[in-house]
Design a protein. Structure first.
Length: 214
């Protein structure tokens, strides 16, 4: 967790503190599937804005992992209340695609209403929206994710350039990457922050319940 909170005043005049927290990566050779799902579930319970970053694309395995998280969330709050997880419009799930390489799509932020100015197609819809033309398993995975998270966005980020990735030279990062990085940070800091409650329960109690079950 970042050592200091970032204070800002929201649109309603409330002074709020934004805490930045990072977690370990998922699906490495040192952690089990259960441990990965637990880390992701706890991160989601603690976050007003959850950023999940992936490389180059949103694979079907990534979406199935979100589906797996949903099952862990149900353990914490009870199956009968799981359908109300998305009762707070202000909480957001943001999928950050690093080094995105889809020439037909523009870099930038996509959700159900917004796309980059020059975008002709919506990348969020392409990856995350269910469709009748999809196989049942693929479509149901997307329907389940949409049912658990009301506010889903996607940010397509360009590569930072080989001067950073190969030579660790932060002063010569690609200009396009630097611009989008600044835009992404502004977007995350200006999003309306929600008070962390799920179905009226305090997050701390939910997290304790999830830990006990694992």
């Amino acid at each position: 967790m970042w050592s200091e909170p970032f204070f800002r005043t929201d649109e309603e005049g409330r002074k709020i503190a934004i805490l930045l927290m990072d977690t370990q990566g998922t699906f490495d050779e040192h952690t089990t599937l259960t441990q990965n799902a637990t880390v992701f579930a706890i991160s989601s319970l603690l976050s007003s804005v959850l950023i999940f970053n992936v490389m180059k694309t949103v694979g079907e395995d990534t979406l199935q992992f979100f589906d797996l998280f949903s099952n862990y969330a149900k353990l914490a709050i009870g199956n009968d209340k799981a359908s109300n997880l998305k009762d707070n419009d202000d909480e957001a799930l943001i999928i950050l695609i690093r080094d995105m390489d889809f020439p037909d799509y523009e870099y930038g932020y996509y959700d159900d209403r917004l796309s980059p100015p020059k975008a002709e197609k919506n990348l969020k819809a392409f990856f995350l929206d269910p469709s009748d033309t999809q196989p049942d398993e693929v479509r149901l995975t997307r329907e389940h994710i949409s049912g658990m998270h009301r506010n889903i966005g996607l940010y397509a980020m360009p590569e930072p350039g080989k001067q950073l990735t190969r030579y660790n030279n932060v002063e010569k990062m690609d200009e396009d990457f630097v611009w989008h990085l600044e835009e992404f940070v502004k977007l995350m800091m200006t999003k309306k922050q929600a008070c962390k409650r799920i179905c009226g329960k305090k997050v701390l109690n939910l997290t304790r319940t999830l830990l006990k079950k694992n």
